[in-house]
Design a protein around this ligand. Structure first.
Ligand code: PLP
Length: 343
């Protein structure tokens, strides 16, 4: 058997489970551009129900989900307000500018948790020659913040700030099920303050491809037009959607185990001489560990690899470790062992 690394780079590395592969092989399919794929329709209905929204749309990726929503909510020349290290700004190739013609207004935060008052202060006055802030984007859990969760009452405060100015609200809920699990609430409660939400089935939920955009029926009809324009109209996509339906039933209940393992890993990293970890901010499946100089993130990642463990540099000083379904207790034990001695 070939050597398998303990791959903690991302929850996107998860592979579909045997029951997903079976469901994919057996999925009933049709042409989804005609709205005739029963499995896609079932996934969309279930996604809408779980998010407490009227309707949902299956899209190719989280990036496409965010792009479709930003486009649907804004006009060129307007401003989208978002946290300074969020995924939409950093990791989506400037899609909001290229596709929607909007400019970002970045609001710094503590570990990715937006402060409603700081958002209020960041909004430009309503003067005709200033870009109109028309959309507030929130990320929950927050990736670069270290998988942190914004509590539901704060989400409602953020919505209230947006509404004071007639702005729409969008949730990048790529990992909304992690947030809901950690906060001990239904995902619909996390989604409630938002006009739209996109969440991924291809991260910790193990499905191979796809995200769901959720909102009102009217919003989803608009989103469907934009998806097609972006080349995202898929045909027999039920083969992919089938995995998502399995994920809701079988993987979501296991996310709490990913969180438990992340915490165990964080404790180990916190006791290691080459790292420091803010343990209170380890809330879900992501651990951000700061490398103590003079060691560098590149050196430490290379040394970890030598010891059979993969992790990713995240910025100049941090290494990101992500637990997920393919990291069971035995894999975690191997990761902990790799951290038994200094680098
Ligand atoms: C918070 C967040 N939003 C959006 C995305 C984009 O998802 P995708 O890789 O499916 O485009 C990611 C991917 O890592 C993410 O972490």
């Amino acid at each position: 058997m070939s050597f398998e690394f303990v791959d903690l780079r991302s929850d996107t590395v998860t592979r579909p489970t045997p029951s997903m592969r079976k469901a994919m092989a057996e999925a009933e399919v049709g042409d989804d551009v005609y709205g005739e794929d029963p499995t896609v329709n079932a996934l969309q209905e279930e996604a809408a129900r779980l998010m407490g929204k009227e309707a949902a749309l299956f899209v190719a990726s989280g990036t496409m989900g965010n792009a479709v929503c930003v486009k649907a909510h804004t006009q060129p020349g307007e401003e989208a307000v978002m946290e300074a290290t969020c995924h939409i700004y950093w990791f989506e190739n400037g899609g909001m500018a290229a596709i929607s013609g909007v400019i970002p207004k970045l609001v710094p935060s503590d570990h990715g948790i937006l402060d409603p008052q700081k958002v209020r202060e960041a909004l430009r006055p309503a003067v005709y020659y200033l870009p109109r802030p028309s959309l507030l984007c929130v990320e929950n859990t927050h990736n670069m913040g270290g998988g942190t969760c914004t509590p539901v009452p704060v989400l409602h405060e953020l919505r209230a700030v947006a509404r004071e100015r007639g702005m729409a609200t969008h949730l990048d809920g790529a990992r909304i099920f992690n947030a809901a699990t950690a906060l001990g609430v239904a995902p619909s409660e996390v989604a409630a303050p938002f006009d739209s939400v996109q969440f991924c089935i291809s991260k910790g939920l193990c499905a191979p491809v796809g995200s769901l955009v959720c909102g009102t029926k009217e919003f989803i009809e608009k989103a469907r037009v934009i998806r097609k324009r972006l080349g995202g109209g898929m045909r027999q996509a039920g083969v992919l959607a089938a995995a998502g339906l399995v994920a809701f039933k079988e993987i979501v209940p296991t996310l709490k185990d990913d969180h438990r393992r992340a915490r165990t890993l964080a404790m180990k990293l916190a006791s290691h001489p080459d790292f420091s970890v803010e343990i209170d901010w380890v809330q879900t499946n992501i651990v951000m560990a700061k490398v103590r100089p003079p060691k560098t993130t590149a050196q430490v990642c290379a040394a970890l690899k030598e010891r059979g463990v993969l992790a990713s540099p995240a910025g100049p000083a941090n290494i990101r470790f992500v637990t997920h379904h393919d990291i069971d207790d035995a894999a975690l034990a191997r990761a902990l062992e790799a951290l038994d001695k200094p680098f």
